[in-house]
Design a protein around this ligand. Structure first.
Ligand code: ATP
Ligand code: MG
Length: 198
């Protein structure tokens, strides 16, 4: 498992229905983090250029019309196996075939108005991210895994060393680093707490 970035789009049908927050929550709940985001309105030509790979398909014109019919939220998601994970959370292209609980099953209106886009390979993720974002717009720093529960009990120097360690290890959404930190912080809490008094 490696930390990846992927391009995600919340499509016009979902933005129009004020589902942006709900969709982001579904992505974040599964361990994906937003490291770049903006709300934009594409022209039909820009939509066509983004979906150029489908230029010869019968649905191309309808797709470009739809993708330029209202604002979209474009975002870069980061996490372990982010490309595959994002597509799992989105569900199948056709909402009727999507698994229960996926974004498309819950929110999509049709095959075209299917609420979300996700890159389908590392190569397309790189191309699609650079289609919408410059390097400067993508957060390189990942916020640390939640540490506050035991951390407040730690003496100041120890707390700082622990934070430094955590920032270095942070791999954004990594379950293994969360577990690593939970075990480490609990162990330090058990060792240091009795000597700290009331
Ligand atoms: P996306 O690229 O948007 O994440 P996808 O990878 O699941 O979707 P693609 O085959 O790349 O599916 O199709 C791109 C988009 O074109 C689909 O999300 C859908 O909006 C539209 N689309 C695909 N197939 C059809 C179809 N048969 N009829 C109408 N629209 C379609
Ligand atoms: Mg696709």
């Amino acid at each position: 498992m490696s930390v990846e970035k992927t391009l995600s789009i919340i499509k016009p049908d979902a933005v129009k229905r004020d589902l942006t927050g709900k969709i982001i929550a579904m992505l974040e709940e599964k361990g994906l983090r937003v490291v770049a985001q903006k709300k934009i309105l594409l022209s039909k030509e820009q939509a066509g250029s983004f979906y150029a790979v489908h230029r010869e398909r019968p649905f191309f014109d309808e797709l470009c019309e739809f993708m330029s019919s209202g604002p979209i939220v474009v975002q870069v998601l980061q996490g372990n196996s982010a490309i595959e994970l994002n597509r799992e959370i989105m569900g199948a292209t056709n909402p009727e075939q999507a698994e229960a609980g996926t974004i498309r099953k819950v929110f999509a209106l049709s095959m075209t108005e299917n609420s979300a886009h996700g890159s389908d390979s590392p190569e397309t993720a790189r191309e699609e991210i650079s289609f919408f974002f410059s390097g400067l717009e993508i957060l390189q720093f990942c916020h640390p895994i939640r540490v506050s529960v035991n951390n407040t009990f730690l003496p100041f120097p120890l707390r700082n060393s622990l934070k430094t360690l955590l920032y270095k290890r942070c791999s954004c959404g990594s379950k293994s680093s969360s577990i690593f930190f939970a075990v480490l912080s609990s162990a330090i809490f058990i060792i240091t707490c009795p000597s700290m008094g009331p």
